[in-house]
Design a protein around this ligand. Structure first.
Ligand SMILES: [Zn+2]
Length: 464
């Protein structure tokens, strides 16, 4: 999160009112959601959320400007007699023990040692295979044993395959398994920054992880060239963050973002309905153009398309008909556009490589792969952004990179010089809904100032 002035309303929402807001935000959870609000998702629209947000904002400002403080309530201290729970067990009546398995150890070994009968272990092994097999427990990942008291055999084993789930393996009286999805809250947060060297650097300084950085790239895929950012470019965004018990566990979607550079200010909003999902510009054009700007994320260009390049291995002038993107071995390579695999093979110079036919005019080629992704074979259809392989240095390559070649009408061209037509906008019958949601998100984004600027409330929405 960026530095947000104290009066900044979103900050208020995410800190003070998270409980209330998150309940409503749950309604606009993603499909991957495991929160108890998931069911409500379809009914609750972003509009609802924002009505509440506006109410909170308005309330805050009214209080702030009228300088009215809430009437202090008489405080009554009530002794808490409610038991506290951990994994659903009364904390005061149970003993919790953390263990980890060694690399050559399995849960059976641990349970035998803890005094569990071999029969029960076999039964657990058997029934767990349909739920989450105890054989899939990873070494060094914590396991919690729940006991009624320290000296007894455990009555339950707890394993957490991820932050959003824990699994209870009961082993004492009846062997059974409960998978528990944790409730989480989604809070809208904001960030704003200024580029000093790269977008990634500036976003990382703001405490944003790779997931959000990748989404930022997607949001502006066809409007901003992040390989040529200028010092002083500015960005701001609002995005979802997931919390469990007040602790941030993950980020969700970017909901809206703006990027300001020499060319002007660019905007992206996230939109989804039954048929569409992704980033759109203000007119409803998908942010992803016909082709992605690069087949890698977070990479750098190590050698450009150049008809008079001196070849570092062959020691003579050989045109470089591609663009090289350097990245560590194993970095995913993505299809820049949808199409059909024409070649997935190996040659001495290209190493392992893939060639995709996008339409009658365009083809793309990706060389020197370490590995071609499973299922990528001649004749297979791929989607834009699909992983087709991993960066390597097979064939004629000095270091790990992907040599990316762009073919237009049978000739290799410099794709960085081409302007591609935008993808089709949302169909007319979707636009009304899109504009409604867009305006709500932009209203929130407008309240986030760029660094060293006042919030801008003047962004006009002109519907075509
Ligand atoms: Zn190359």
């Amino acid at each position: 999160m960026g530095e947000i002035p104290i009066f900044y309303p979103l900050y208020l929402i995410s800190v003070s009112s998270s409980a209330k807001i998150s309940l409503i935000l749950g309604g606009f959870n993603k499909k991957t959601s495991q929160s108890r609000y998931t069911v409500k998702r379809k009914e609750a629209s972003i509009l609802n959320i924002c009505i509440v947000i506006s109410a909170v904002i308005a309330g805050y400002f009214i209080l702030h400007y009228l300088n009215v403080s809430e009437t202090p309530q008489e405080e009554t201290v009530i002794e808490s007699v409610e038991p506290e729970y951990k994994y659903g067990f009364d904390k005061n009546a149970h003993h919790f023990e953390k263990h980890t398995l060694g690399f050559n150890q399995n849960l059976g070994d641990l349970l035998l040692y803890q005094g569990i009968a071999w029969d029960s272990i076999l039964k657990l092994d058997q029934i767990s295979s349909n739920v989450f097999s105890i054989r899939k427990f990873r070494a060094k990942k914590p396991i919690t044993l729940v006991k009624e008291n320290e000296c007894e055999a455990p009555l339950c084993v707890i394993y957490e395959p991820n932050k959003f789930t824990f699994i209870k393996y009961f082993i004492k009286d009846k062997v059974k398994i409960d998978v528990v999805k944790r409730d989480y809250d989604i809070v809208i947060e904001s960030a704003a920054g200024e580029i000093t060297s790269s977008l990634w650097g500036a976003m990382q300084e703001n405490g944003l992880g790779n997931d959000i950085i990748d989404k930022m790239e997607d949001a502006f895929a066809s409007s901003v060239d992040f390989y040529h950012t200028q010092k002083g470019d500015k960005f701001k965004l609002i995005y979802e963050r997931k919390y469990i018990d007040g602790k941030s566990v993950d980020t969700g979607e970017i909901l809206a973002a703006s990027y300001k550079n020499e060319q002007g200010e660019h905007h992206a909003v996230f939109y989804e309905n039954e048929n569409y999902e992704g980033f759109y510009d203000l007119e409803g054009h998908p942010a992803l153009g016909k082709f992605l700007r690069a087949p890698l994320k977070n990479s750098r260009i190590s050698s450009r398309y150049n008809l008079r390049r001196f070849h570092p291995i062959k020691k003579r002038t050989i045109p470089h008909l591609g663009t090289d993107y350097a990245a560590p071995i194993g970095t995913p390579i993505y299809a820049v556009g949808s199409g059909v695999i024409e070649v997935a093979g190996y040659t001495k110079n290209n190493g392992k490589y893939v060639k995709i036919r996008h339409d009658d005019v365009y083809k793309t080629q990706y060389l020197h792969m370490n590995r071609i992704a499973p299922g990528i074979k001649k004749g297979v259809r791929v989607k834009q952004g699909q992983k087709i392989g991993e960066v390597g240095k097979t064939g004629l390559a000095t270091g790990p990179h992907v040599c990316f070649r762009f073919w237009k009408n049978g000739k290799q061209v410099n794709h960085l010089r081409l302007n591609f037509p935008p993808q089709d906008p949302l169909p007319a019958d979707q636009l009304e809904d899109f504009f409604k949601k867009r305006d709500v998100l932009l209203n929130i984004l407008n309240q986030v100032p760029y660094p060293n600027e006042e919030p801008n409330n003047t962004l006009a929405f002109n519907n075509p």
